[in-house]
Design a protein around this ligand. Structure first.
Ligand SMILES: N[C@@H](CCC(=O)N[C@@H](CS)C(=O)NCC(=O)O)C(=O)O
Length: 290
């Protein structure tokens, strides 16, 4: 596989797709140094700082993300040549395992966006040493990309979608609601992971008030998430929407099954969502193994 992504034509595609976006086009900073009057900057700075146009900052913020990132972008970008400029972006270094649901959701998003990933395996002593030097939190994933170090899967995903667009994913429709969904999903997986770690370290946690609280928390979250699905149960948003909340619940449930930490079958509606996307290549290629 290439170690670089070709981003030629990124801005041209966006402009053609929607003339209203002429002043609100997100570009990877390295990709279009001279195109359309953008000035060169240090690698890794946000596009808003390069363009410096009025309204840009709020455009890359929350409210208008869906206006900026077009899901047609990924399929169209290959066809368009923007002023003959061909640009490449380096692969993302991703620290993590092939079992972590948090690492997996970053891998899935990267795959959907066509971003190459160099994974540093943190199950080895050498990988752990590198992770400890990079990330004081000592959790995975962590990433090195565009001259930055980023901790936390959601932050890494935010960086990818902000600087590369949404690719084939459905962008955020209602940021605040979707943050609630993600916090709930993360709350469930963190509860399950805490029990998993204790058991793995030989602590007899089963049946303790602590374990009961964690399992109650997961049940409560599953019930709430089930009530948040759209009618055909393919998405938390509109029928057929596939993006970060949907990827996150699937990664969480697959991990729970893989580690046998929670009976996901007790939430049939969420299982229906997972089944709807089961054949998606980004998901099949990243199933937890080992
Ligand atoms: N909020 C973090 C959670 C990351 C996390 O908990 N990762 C687990 C692996 S699934 C980890 O690294 N645990 C190591 C530990 O707790 O020592 C994220 O979204 O990246």
């Amino acid at each position: 596989m290439n170690s670089h992504n070709d981003f030629s034509g990124f801005a041209g595609t966006q402009r053609r797709a929607d003339p209203d976006l002429i002043d609100a086009t997100i570009v990877p900073t390295q990709a279009l140094p001279n195109c359309m009057g953008l000035v060169p900057t240090n690698g890794g700075e946000l596009a808003c700082r390069i363009v410096g146009k009025a309204g840009w900052a709020c455009s890359i913020g929350v409210a208008q993300q869906h206006d900026i990132h077009r899901s047609s972008f990924a399929s169209e970008r290959a066809k368009v040549n923007c002023a003959g400029i061909s640009c490449t972006l380096p692969a993302m270094k991703l620290y993590g395992t092939v079992t972590s649901p948090f690492v997996r959701r970053v891998r899935v998003v990267a795959s959907e966006l066509g971003i190459d990933v160099d994974r540093i395996d943190t199950t080895t002593d050498a990988g752990q040493l590198r992770l400890a030097k990079l990330n004081p939190i000592r959790k995975v994933p962590a990433a090195e990309i565009d001259g930055r170090t980023l901790f936390d899967s959601r932050v890494i995903i935010d960086w990818l979608t902000t600087t590369r667009g949404w690719g084939s994913l459905t962008p955020a429709r209602d940021h605040w609601r979707e943050q609630n969904l993600l916090n709930a999903i993360d709350g469930a997986v963190e509860a399950a992971i805490s029990l998993f770690y204790l058991k793995r370290d030989g602590v007899a946690v089963d049946g303790t008030p602590y374990a009961l609280r964690q399992n109650d928390r997961i049940a409560s979250i599953f019930a709430w998430l089930s009530s948040e699905l759209c009618t055909d149960q393919t998405s938390f948003r509109q029928a057929g929407d596939f993006g970060v909340p949907e990827i996150s619940i699937i990664c969480m449930m697959d991990w729970m099954d893989f580690r046998n930490t929670y009976a996901t079958a007790t939430a049939p509606a969420l299982c229906a969502l997972r089944n709807a996307w089961r054949a998606r290549p980004s998901l099949t290629a990243s199933m937890p193994t080992g």
